[in-house]
Design a protein around this ligand. Structure first.
Ligand code: ADP
Ligand code: MG
Length: 592
């Protein structure tokens, strides 16, 4: 084929691919434009996970009628004039690409009015072809309506994930911007349903609660640090604010690590590693914190023009920023983190206050994220101590009959077997017991359930509610009776007998906690995982004093398990100190 210049439509579609990858990218660009326009109120409407409709309405300064066509053309921006301006960018946008890109792959309508105009103006762009600007009545501000995204790029459509995944990407984007701009009121509707609303009163913790639930929001630690440009070597003035999770509150992935630089959400590997270094040795392997951190610096100290979606940035003094973030986070963490020791009453205290109903004997607590159990773990000697501690989990599947000696630290059971001493982690052990019982009942298709005296109504953050909605069949199959009960709200009417007295809200949350989107497609495996999660959440916690009867029955139940030596998540339930090892340690036999 001869060389030809691409038609403008084709070249703009190619360029659009860089900026508009999925519905969430459209939401991002339009929201950033609204923020750049100084909006105080931003309303976002979504339908079909953004495939059929994304509309962002703001009360910002608007676009003059005679600039409307230009706004929708490529490389047209009001935010940048000279190439020099690129090095001290104060706005979120500057490339002048978003509206043109979006318009080339959708049916886009922009309606806008500036304060000085009596009427508004409207422009429609269909697959990159702009119509005429019409005069319409409109309030001051801008509404960009994007319909049938990618209708003319079927290949792109094919790459979209499920509605749930696309919708989740949108939600997580909006919630993050809501956090970053607590003085702006965000409102999100899906179809006719209101799914998120923030007050715009500057209260970040309240937004955190809307994002992660009240439980988590209460636990998050505030970070506040700044560095004067005059101190230290460089010119860089830095400020860091926001929230980090305490070491007891973690996730199994990095998805909840959020950084903003100068009001822009970035995915910056160096910042992530500074953060993780701050948590170093405080978290279990494979666990990650939740953060929403906002870094501010002079615009000239950060180059945001290295990536079309501006998600990556380059710093002028990378090392300085790295160490500032690492130090500030570490300091905040240490200020709040008690040195781990076996005094579990402390950890139990908070959750116990909140327990709405408790069974005599076993205290079902609803600590946010199984936090107790994690702190306890960190007090165990690392496994390099294997000369002292023999873990036979691989060699022996079952456990021998054990004689209970008692409970220590309200956390471990001490027992004796024919071959030595067994230390048992009561939480992990109970998790295992519940899990095996639940799965056995499930196999027999008979999970006895028990109606709650008063049905419990649980309201969840929108993202979680959406996911729970999808897990309802699972819940109902596993002996729960849960039904939707209004926006983001569920009513729990019955629970499996096995969990009687457990907290229904915890059970629901357990399902969406750490949900991995690409979890095994095998239904059976998914169910087992979900069941394991519920069991973990409702198992007896470290720090709960058990009566001798409860200790004994836990031990008996554990002995009866098929895999008593690990919890369903693979952590050991017990540590075995063999007779042989004891004798050697005490120099009774072949010393050393
Ligand atoms: P950029 O944001 O990089 O300048 P866009 O294509 O996103 O490029 O927008 C082009 C121009 O349209 C902006 O520079 C701005 O002047 C105008 N504009 C876009 N959206 C809005 C809005 N919501 N309110 C006011 N002006 C807007
Ligand atoms: Mg823009």
């Amino acid at each position: 084929m001869p060389i030809r210049l691409l038609s403008p439509e084709v070249s703009s579609q190619i360029a659009a691919g860089e900026v508009v990858e999925r519905p969430a990218s459209v939401v991002k660009e339009l929201t950033e434009n609204a923020l750049d326009a100084g909006a105080k109120n931003i309303s976002i409407s979504i339908a079909d996970a953004g495939r059929t409709l994304i509309e962002v309405a703001d009360d910002g300064h608007g676009i003059p009628a005679d600039e409307l066509s230009l706004a929708a053309s490529r490389h047209a921006t009001s935010k940048l004039v000279l190439s020099d301006d690129l090095f001290h960018i104060q706005t979120l946008g500057f490339r002048g690409e978003a509206l043109a890109s979006i318009g080339s792959v959708s049916h886009m309508t922009i309606t806008s009015r500036v304060e000085s105009a009596k009427e508004g103006a409207r422009l429609s762009v269909d697959g990159g072809i702009a119509g005429k600007v019409e005069t319409v009545g409109a309030p001051v501000g801008t509404v960009v309506r994007v319909e049938n995204l990618f209708y003319n790029v079927p290949a792109r459509l094919k790459f979209l994930k499920t509605d749930v995944t696309e919708r989740r990407a949108i939600d997580s984007l909006i919630t993050r911007y809501a956090l970053a701009y607590p003085n702006v009121r965000f409102k999100v509707t899906d179809g006719k349903q209101l799914t998120l609303q923030t007050a715009g009163d500057g209260d970040r913790r309240a937004i955190l609660a809307a994002l992660y639930g009240v439980d988590v929001a209460k636990q998050m630690l505030e970070v506040m640090a700044s560095e004067d440009p005059s101190t230290g070597s460089g010119q860089v003035g830095l400020a860091l604010s926001g929230f980090i999770s305490p070491v007891s509150l973690t996730r199994s992935n990095r998805r909840e690590i959020t950084f903003f630089i100068n009001g822009r959400w970035v995915q910056e590997i160096s910042l992530n590693s500074a953060l993780l270094q701050a948590y170093h040795t405080l978290l279990m392997v494979g666990r990650y914190p939740l953060t929403a951190l906002f870094l501010e610096m002079a615009p000239e100290d950060v180059d945001v023009n290295v990536h079309p979606t501006k998600a990556e940035v380059r710093f002028r003094s990378q090392d300085k920023i790295f160490s500032f973030v690492q130090r500030s986070v570490r300091k905040a963490l240490l200020a709040y983190t008690p040195v781990p020791s076996v005094s579990p009453q402390l950890w139990g205290a908070r959750s116990r206050d909140e327990v709405p109903h408790r069974q005599a004997g076993i205290d079902w607590s609803m600590a946010g994220d199984s936090s107790n159990e994690q702190q306890v773990t960190s007090t165990l000697p690392p496994s390099s101590d294997s000369s002292l501690v023999t873990r036979n989990s691989e060699t022996l599947l079952s456990v021998p009959l054990l004689r209970l000696i008692g409970q220590i630290g309200s956390t471990y059971l001490v027992s004796e077997g024919p071959d030595g001493l067994y230390l048992i982690d009561q939480h992990a052990a109970h998790e295992r017991v519940l899990f095996e019982k639940l799965m056995a009942q499930h196999e027999n298709k008979s999970i006895p359930s028990q109606a709650l005296l008063t049905p419990e109504v649980v309201t969840l953050p929108p993202q979680s509610a959406k996911m729970i909605g999808e897990q309802l069949p699972f819940l109902n199959k596993f002996g729960f009776e849960v039904e939707e009960f209004g926006t983001n709200t569920f009513q729990v009417r019955a629970m499996p007998m096995l969990f009687s007295g457990g907290d229904p809200a915890s059970a629901l949350r357990a399902l969406v906690e750490d949900f991995e989107e690409d979890e095994s497609p095998l239904q059976a495996e998914v169910e087992a995982r979900l069941a394991a999660r519920v069991c973990k959440r409702l198992a007896v916690k470290a720090g709960q004093t058990l009566t001798p009867d409860e200790q004994r029955s836990l031990l008996n139940d554990l002995e009866a398990c098929q895999s008593p030596r690990t919890c369903p998540h693979g952590r050991p339930t017990m540590i075995h100190l063999s007779v042989d090892m004891l004798e050697r340690q005490f120099g009774r036999r072949g010393a050393r």
